[in-house]
Design a protein around this ligand. Structure first.
Ligand code: NAD
Length: 488
């Protein structure tokens, strides 16, 4: 199985290579097989990409927003037309089952391009009346060259979520995918070019953290948007802050999902499974602390166990497969180590916890969907982000207790509430310190709704008009219509 792109990077509308860059091997996580060999960007490639972006941005920014949007919407249509081919590429890159990538990944990127391609024409400055003649107005102006740095779990979605608002707003972007999943951003770059995006506006450079750091530090870069872990976010934000650059940080979480006694059990179980097992648990917003009220606890756990036991794990390219492998060996080691930690801390390994033996996939990074019960709030498995299919089920008595325990975390990305009592659901969500919350569902992220975290989970928002604000700066203009009154 090969997925070798024409070259490692995409700069100024063309594939480019610099073989002096550090080797970057792309591995299919289901088998451990190498499917592509790339090179990380050298300083020369970084320079070419930033320069190409800078050169193209001015004219792009002067174009009518609706015209910029039309190009994005054309690219959205092309993403949809090529959905199957892109879903397969994403499955090879990430190991996520084709069942997921066929509906979630290129589709979500397309949704972002379509949304921002339309919304930007209606995203204006304000008119301010000072009474009797003078007035003011504000202009939403682009920032210039923006850098996007992606995580491995949603590669094409991440590239789409960052580039669409940046480009719609009149910026240029240099995007660095995760070193684990470098392929689909290159496909997006080609699509943008085919859709009519002028050269230099969307560039892809590959590399590890040092390339991300070189881009963040580049004096001609005005903004950086990172999706990644909290420790990386701290470094990138500090580096951006040292040069007073704009920054959006989409970081990790350890989110709570609260199930009240009156919840619909099947929906709550479905929500908890989506919140822990989708993408083999490698989702930043996952609700990994599932708080279940005492009265529904046994019924919830029974159905959760039955439905989890039926999850089909295996060949990601088989449309019947529901769970694929983790991204790589390091992540596999980390997740299995956390399962050991949970056991040693005294939690009960209620389900899973093993490494499945799958014929033909012996070199893959699979782990079973895992449920711990008897979890205490201060255990490491209840406090630290595992980023794998490991669910902690905890029980609670009352609403105030649930809210206090849900908020007792350094993170604040997401939260979920399952209850038929909607007054209570709204009341609880209002008390939760998290940026993206769901009532009676989990992990949906439509383009129209802001997405992002409180506390250590980040700064800024992706999606919605809020993202356009984060990819622009505000200019205020005072206009006098009378004489200048001056004491001099
Ligand atoms: P990571 O922090 O290891 O890497 C993220 C990206 O940052 C990669 O492209 C990496 O090369 C780059 N990077 C690393 N060091 C850098 C530096 N010093 N300067 C600039 N760039 C640098 O994260 P990961 O392991 O790829 O992804 C998993 C993490 O991402 C999890 O914590 C997860 O919760 C988080 N995540 C958050 C969201 C969100 O929207 N909030 C979405 C997906 C993933």
């Amino acid at each position: 199985m090969k997925a070798q792109p024409r070259a490692s990077h995409y700069v100024n509308g063309r594939f480019v290579e610099d073989e002096r860059g550090a080797p970057l091997e792309v591995v299919y996580p289901a088998t451990g097989e190498t499917i592509a060999r790339l090179n990380a960007a050298t300083p020369n490639i970084v320079e070419l990409a930033v320069e190409a972006a800078r050169a193209a941005q001015g004219e792009w920014a002067r174009m009518r927003p609706a015209e910029r949007g039309r190009i994005l919407r054309r690219a959205a249509d092309m993403l949809r037309t090529r959905n199957d081919e892109l879903a397969r590429l994403e499955t090879l890159d990430t190991g996520k089952p084709i069942q997921e990538t066929a509906v979630a990944d290129p589709a979500s990127a397309a949704e972002a391009l379509e949304f921002f391609g339309g919304a930007v024409a209606a995203f204006h400055g304000d008119f301010v009346d000072f009474g009797g003649g003078p007035f003011g107005y504000t202009r939403r102006e682009p920032l210039g060259v923006c850098v996007g740095i992606g995580a491995w779990n949603y590669p094409i979605q991440g590239a789409g979520w960052k580039s669409a608002p940046a480009l719609a707003m009149g910026n240029a972007m240099v995007f660095k995918p995760s070193e684990n999943t470098p392929l689909s951003a290159l496909a997006l770059a080609e699509i943008y070019t085919e859709a009519g995006l002028p050269d230099g506006l969307f560039n892809v450079v590959q590399g590890f953290g040092d390339v991300g750091a070189a881009l963040t530090a580049h004096p001609h870069v005005a903004k950086v948007s990172l999706t990644g872990s909290v420790p990386t976010g701290r470094k990138v934000l500090a580096q951006a802050g040292a040069q007073m650059k704009h920054a959006t940080m989409e970081l990790g979480g350890k989110s709570p999902l609260i199930v009240f006694d009156d919840a619909d059990v099947e929906n709550a179980v479905g929500g908890a499974m989506l919140a822990n097992f989708y993408s083999t648990g490698q989702v930043c917003s996952n609700g990994t602390r599932v708080f279940v009220q005492e009265g529904i606890y046994d019924r919830f756990l029974d159905r959760l166990t039955q439905r989890t036991a039926r999850i089909r794990i295996g060949d990601p390219l088989d449309p019947a497969t529901q769970m694929g492998p983790l991204i790589n060996k390091a992540q596999h080691d980390k997740v299995t180590a956390y399962i050991d930690i949970g056991r040693r801390e005294g939690a009960t390994l209620h389900h899973g916890g093993g490494v499945p033996q799958l014929q033909g996939f012996e070199g893959g990074f699979f782990v079973e969907p895992t449920i711990f019960t008897g979890v205490e709030d201060d255990m490491r498995i209840a406090r630290e982000e595992i980023f794998g299919p490991v669910m902690s089920v905890l029980s609670f008595r009352g609403e105030d207790e649930a809210v206090a325990r849900a908020n007792d975390t350094e993170f604040g990305l997401s939260a979920g509430v399952f209850s038929r009592d909607l007054s209570r659901a709204h009341r609880v969500v209002a008390e939760i310190k998290a940026g993206s919350c769901w009532i009676n569902h989990y992990n949906l992220a439509p383009a129209e709704l802001p997405f992002g975290g409180y506390k250590q989970s980040g700064i800024g928002r992706e999606n919605s008009l809020a993202a356009l604000a984060h990819y622009s700066q505000l200019k205020s203009v005072y206009v006098e219509t009378g004489d200048v009154v001056s004491p001099y």
